[in-house]
Design a protein around this ligand. Structure first.
Ligand SMILES: [Zn+2]
Length: 273
């Protein structure tokens, strides 16, 4: 009897643990956070979270009629302006666009950043994403998050008190690079009320309009991104939605803090069907 009460108390303490209200949205390129994550970031900001946006690269391959150096300058500035919409800090970790490698240096930089900003929540790509830089980013972030609370990691920033909650974002489809359907999103977030903010953030990435025309013959890049959110919205009966998965495997915390704090915007399609 005594034991069961103690276990109950321990369980309550663990269950009610609150993670730092700092969100680190860390992706491969400028505009990734804006395209896949900005709606939820805006809603979390409104709930009192501090938002930090980071990219592994400056997107320096993604320019038209510019050198890589010029493109990097332009895109970093675009990313900074977009982040400022959410009063977010922006960091770029120095990787090369199209050549992002999972190295010891990049893992350490990522751990340093997580610790510096005291991240409680981390968002990044899916490890089955269509873009190789995105997949590499997912691996780096996974490893970094898993060891961010260990004192023995050789970086100067103080270890996090607890491993952050780890979430994945997704681009336009729910399939892997070979077209196979992936595990359905753990939850959809109705971002209809945040869509104007998301548009504003996307629209700072002016350089990508010409790039997408050149690369994919796409005339309306921002419209294309928003159409993706509209498609996800159709799946769950709202105007615009984003999709998310929480990393629930070994090594990660399983609390549903983001889901709880965004409960009024949350649609769990699996439970509805
Ligand atoms: Zn990208």
């Amino acid at each position: 009897m005594v034991w069961s009460i103690e276990l109950y108390i321990i369980k309550k303490i663990v269950m009610s643990r609150e993670f730092s209200k700092v969100v680190l949205s860390i992706h491969a390129h400028p505009d990734d956070a804006e395209a896949w994550n900005a709606g939820a970031l805006k809603l979390l900001k409104d709930k009192g979270y501090k938002i930090v946006i980071a990219t592994f690269t400056s997107g320096d391959l993604g320019g038209c009629n510019m050198t890589m150096e010029e493109t990097a300058r332009v895109r970093i500035e675009e990313a900074r302006k977009a982040a400022a919409v959410l009063d977010a800090e922006y960091y770029m970790l120095g990787g090369i666009d199209g050549f992002l490698y999972d190295t010891k240096e990049m893992r350490l930089k990522t751990i340093s950043l997580m610790r510096k900003v005291r991240a409680g929540i981390v968002f990044t790509h899916l490890s089955s994403d269509y873009h190789s830089d995105h997949r590499t980013a997912a691996n780096i972030v996974e490893t970094a998050a898993m060891v961010s609370s260990l004192d023995t990691v050789p970086v100067k920033e103080k270890a996090l008190e607890v491993t952050p909650l780890f979430y994945h974002t997704s681009p336009f489809s729910l399939s892997d690079p070979l077209g196979t359907m992936i595990v359905p999103p753990h939850f959809f977030v109705d971002v209809t009320s945040a869509i104007e903010t998301k548009k504003k953030m996307l629209e700072y990435h002016v350089s990508q309009i010409d790039l997408m025309k050149h690369m994919h013959k796409m005339d309306d890049f921002f419209g294309f991104v928003l159409e993706g959110n509209r498609n996800y919205g159709r799946m769950v009966g709202v105007e615009y939605a984003e999709v998310y998965w929480q990393r629930l495997g070994g090594g990660f915390q399983k609390e549903s803090q983001v889901q709880n704090d965004l409960s009024e915007f949350l649609i769990n399609k699996n439970k509805q069907s």
